[in-house]
Design a protein around this ligand. Structure first.
Ligand code: SF4
Length: 213
């Protein structure tokens, strides 16, 4: 028996299987422990009004990460990002890209709901963004799409309106970042949906995926 194990080990099978499994477990364990920390976080005043912190949804092994701003009312109730009307629009966009929601990873720059769905404050972004940076560090996405001016401004360091720079590639620690409009903006301005579709076509090209028109 020992000889067979040594033989497989010599061929690399046993070693490769155990290594991959171990790495996958470590990767998921890191994300789980980060999620537990976020769920119990009291670093900024947003923890006072939340029902729950919203960590992420989707596939952590995905090459594509979407980053929005902060949870809204529905997200706060369900504990998942982008599940309200804006989220349904994002899901439609993902499907138009030829993907499923479960194929991508979705999160926000701020993990707790601001009161009355107001924009996150700069100090809340400063407190909360290290969690997002840790998620990126663990997941190592191939492409990031930032949705709306807060997450886009954070990753691009642009201080002008997002309409001035959406659709252009930026780089964060070597990862390509595509800033685009937030789906809630598109609900108010449906005429601009085609612009986001143009941006998503660039994302598909970057990932070497087919564009379905
Ligand atoms: Fe903590 Fe972020 Fe929630 Fe503030 S928003 S309490 S920093 S998890």
């Amino acid at each position: 028996m020992q000889n067979w194990l040594e033989y497989f080990e010599f061929l690399g099978f046993e070693y490769i299987y155990l290594k991959e499994k171990k790495e996958k477990n470590q990767f998921l364990e890191k994300l789980d422990s980060l999620e537990k920390i976020v769920k119990n976080c009291t670093l900024c005043p947003l923890h006072i009004g939340r029902k729950q912190a919203v960590f992420a949804d989707g596939n952590p092994s995905s090459p594509l990460m979407f980053i929005g701003e902060a949870p809204g009312e529905e997200e706060d109730i369900k504990g998942l990002p982008f599940v309200g009307r804006a989220g349904q629009l994002l899901t439609k966009m993902i499907i138009k890209m030829g993907l499923k929601r479960e194929d991508v990873y979705i999160t926000n720059i701020v993990k707790c709901r601001p009161p009355n769905n107001r924009d996150p404050l700069p100090e809340e972004i400063v407190k909360c963004s290290p969690y997002l940076l840790e998620q990126i560090e663990i997941i190592k996405p191939k492409v990031i799409v930032t949705l709306g001016r807060h997450s886009s401004g954070y990753f691009t360091e642009m201080e002008v309106g997002i309409s001035k720079y959406r659709g252009r590639w930026f780089y964060f620690k070597g990862i390509p970042v595509m800033p685009t409009f937030h789906p809630s903006y598109l609900l108010r301005n449906p005429k601009d949906r085609w612009l986001v579709w143009e941006d998503m076509k660039e994302v598909l090209k970057k990932l070497n995926l087919k564009i379905l028109e």
